[in-house]
Design a protein around this ligand. Structure first.
Ligand code: SF4
Length: 337
């Protein structure tokens, strides 16, 4: 039966490993971090034990998600080395790594490109006003530092995922400005594969005292984002943060087409368990949407990868069906059957 490509919603079968929870920033909405020195770094042997059973579970993406060691710390090199080694290990065990470890130096990004099929960093919000509130103690959240990461990713031809965190004290205009900045950079480098629209969802650890982002507003933001962003950027929403099925469907109708990495735990929002594949299918199918798995790299970027990474990606495109159909067309602008 032909697949109606305009009714596809994608997700990535993923597992998140955390090299360390320690982070020198203190974003007041954070539900992830530990104090520097208080979170032992994941050892290679622990990672092997975690990854081994996943080899038979159709997990494709390993998201390497880390708290940050200060760029000037004497421990930075060891921290970066551990992240690199974990990526290399995941790749050697047959997975496709995607790293999000905060702002990196140009050289660090260049090195990680060798062992990642894509990378990510949330832009969150560009407005500097947040430096007086939620980001008062978070030097990594300087808007210029994050914009520069996106630019370097473009220069290095790293397929990139970024996004906005909604409801942390910004204004409506701030959303559009942040989206326009992403759009402008993409028009220079054509490297952004996804933009995540993540609603602030309070958790047990945070000190930021604010209500969750109103999920009823999300479809409106998505529709406007769809107008601002170039059509080859996919809009992603985290389904565990849009609890109501009707609003999840409204988000998709408004233009979201990806549900991100689905694994056992959302490390960033540990109070909100991931909705698993079958449950998502049961929400989507009656409304005529088909959920399909995808890789952490979109087909139009395959040629940016090293030969070794390309070979692995090619293998996965054959394994994960029917998303392998995507490779025939290179993007979502495929013919509607
Ligand atoms: S949100 Fe990220 S950068 Fe901020 S404190 Fe938490 S782990 Fe660190």
């Amino acid at each position: 039966m032909p697949i109606n490509n305009s009714r596809l919603v994608t997700y990535s079968p993923a597992y998140t490993i955390v090299p360390t929870y320690e982070c020198f920033n203190r974003c007041s909405y954070c539900n992830f971090r530990s104090e520097p020195g208080k979170s032992p770094w994941m050892s290679i042997s622990d990672a092997v034990n975690i990854l081994k059973p996943l080899q038979s579970q159709n997990v494709c993406e390993i998201l390497i998600l880390s708290g940050e060691v200060h760029p000037h710390s004497p421990r930075r090199q060891g921290w970066f080395g551990r992240i690199y080694d974990l990526c290399e290990l995941a790749f050697s065990m047959g997975f496709l790594p995607h790293t999000n470890a905060g702002p990196l130096s140009f050289e660090e990004m260049q090195k990680l490109k060798r062992v990642n099929v894509s990378m990510g960093l949330m832009l969150e919000q560009l407005t500097p006003t947040l430096l007086n509130s939620v980001h008062r103690h978070a030097p990594s959240k300087l808007p210029d530092v994050r914009l520069q990461q996106l630019q370097w990713a473009g220069e290095l031809q790293i397929p990139f995922t970024t996004g906005l965190l909604l409801g942390i004290g910004e204004t409506v205009n701030d959303w559009w400005e942040t989206l326009e900045a992403i759009s402008n950079l993409h028009q220079c480098y054509h490297h952004i594969q996804e933009v995540i629209l993540q609603p602030h969802s309070p958790g047990h650890q945070q000190t930021f005292d604010a209500p969750p982002f109103n999920p009823h507003k999300l479809p409106e933001v998505i529709a406007k984002a769809r107008q601002i962003l170039p059509s080859d950027i996919t809009i992603q929403i985290p389904p565990n943060l849009v609890k109501d099925d009707c609003w999840l469907l409204a988000c998709i109708e408004a233009g979201a087409r990806d549900l991100g990495g689905i694994g056992p735990k959302d490390e960033v929002n540990p109070d909100y368990p991931h909705v698993q594949e079958q449950a998502l299918r049961e929400i989507l199918q009656p409304a005529g949407w088909e959920l399909v798995s995808r890789l952490p790299v979109y087909p139009q970027f395959d040629s940016w990868l090293s030969g070794e990474l390309q070979t692995a990606v090619k293998h996965w495109r054959k394994t994960l069906t029917p998303v392998s159909l995507l490779s025939e067309y290179g993007s979502r602008d495929f013919p509607i059957s």
